[in-house]
Design a protein around this ligand. Structure first.
Ligand SMILES: [Zn+2]
Length: 366
């Protein structure tokens, strides 16, 4: 996970203070307000909309409303809220780069504004810039509407926590958030594993065999999500074995495992029923071999000047590959002619709007 220093605001994201709501939801708002002669549209403050959504999330019945009527009104209000927060997608992309804030996937196409604290259960923050990160589809789907209100309430240990207290509970150490926890790169270490057909189990490759420059990707299969590679194990090469890069938690830091579970980072799932499928682990594994390929390219240099020339390709390769944390992990193992770690240079030079903007570099190799 790439630690990010997300700016506190963006001048291109400006939620309106009031909304004009028409249609069935407008009529229902008139009724809720007791307006004598309802017009087609109802003008309402954004904060009031969020309060109504919160009451709904808390299980409050709107006075005089059937469940079906309340559902129609809530759906109408949520449509308006969705229209607002989606306008944060471009400003977020400008600030954070077109990458999933969680898994690190490159997002050349559809980018989803992700509510760190889910909007359905905590609508108070549904249009708050601070609540947003960027997400790929599989991360957004995996996270769903978790955590639930009952969970956050029990964590807070307060009798009647405020919405802000629930927000702070979720965002303040319950999980590992890339914009809050700047140690997230080392707290979620990555591991290259291979499937051993003798023991019929996954086996982690040891350091430095996991970054042996003879390790090469030989094939990948988007149907079965398998990645095959030639890898060095115990000093000899194994050919066309199945490999996977997994995300590990940190001992003594249960919130790292909670984040892995929340995002289902290692659950590579094909779901023919919905047509959605999860390529995160496959692509993370491919990125490992992309990064090794870059390191192999750099070994062609015979002196530092030649190295510097070849290096010019590396930030670009890293940004187009995605999975920043994979790149830093692999590059950390190699040094140039001056003894400088590849990873340090990568971290410094990619912290740029061209590549990976607003990286928090304090706890990265430097
Ligand atoms: Zn993702």
């Amino acid at each position: 996970m790439r630690p990010i220093t997300k700016p506190a605001s963006n001048s291109h994201y400006n939620p309106p203070t009031s909304l004009d709501i028409g249609g069935r939801a407008g009529v229902l708002l008139h009724r809720l307000a007791g307006t004598a002669s309802p017009r087609a549209t109802f003008t309402i403050n954004l904060s009031r909309v969020l309060d109504l959504l919160l009451e709904n999330a808390q299980g409050v019945n709107f006075p005089g409303f059937t469940k079906a009527e309340q559902d129609v009104l809530v759906a109408g209000l949520m449509t308006q809220i969705t229209r607002i927060y989606k306008t944060a997608a471009a400003p977020l992309t400008k600030d954070l780069g077109a990458f999933c804030s969680y898994c690190g996937s490159n997002l050349p196409g559809l980018i989803e504004v992700e509510h760190t604290v889910p909007k359905v259960f905590y609508p108070t923050f549904a249009t708050d810039w601070d609540c947003f990160l960027l997400s790929c589809g599989p991360c957004n789907t995996s996270k769903g509407n978790n955590p639930k209100r009952a969970d956050a309430t029990s964590w807070s240990r307060l009798v009647a926590p405020t919405e802000q207290e629930l927000y702070d509970e979720i965002r303040g150490g319950r999980y590992l958030w890339p914009d809050r926890d700047h140690t997230c790169w080392q707290d979620l270490p990555l591991q290259l594993e291979y499937f051993d057909t003798v023991s019929n189990d996954w086996v982690p490759l040891s350091i430095p065999e996991d970054t042996d420059l003879d390790n090469v990707l030989t094939a990948y299969d988007v149907i079965n999500h398998t990645v095959l590679a030639d890898i060095c194990v115990g000093g000899s090469m194994k050919h066309n074995v199945q490999v996977a890069v997994t995300v590990q938690g940190s001992a003594g830091k249960p919130w790292t495992d909670d984040m892995i579970e929340l995002m289902q980072f290692n659950d590579d799932v094909v779901n023919p029923g919905t047509g959605t499928y999860d390529r995160r682990q496959m692509n993370r594994t491919r990125a490992w071999f992309d990064a090794l390929g870059a390191c192999r390219l750099l070994t062609l240099a015979t002196d530092q000047a030649a190295f510097d020339l070849l290096w010019q390709q590396v930030p670009m390769m890293g940004a187009s590959s995605g999975f920043y944390s994979v790149w830093v992990t692999v590059l950390e193992r190699f040094s140039d002619f001056t003894g400088a770690r590849y990873a340090s240079r990568f971290v410094a030079e990619t912290n740029d709007p061209l590549y990976y903007p607003h990286t928090s570099t304090t706890h990265l190799p430097h």
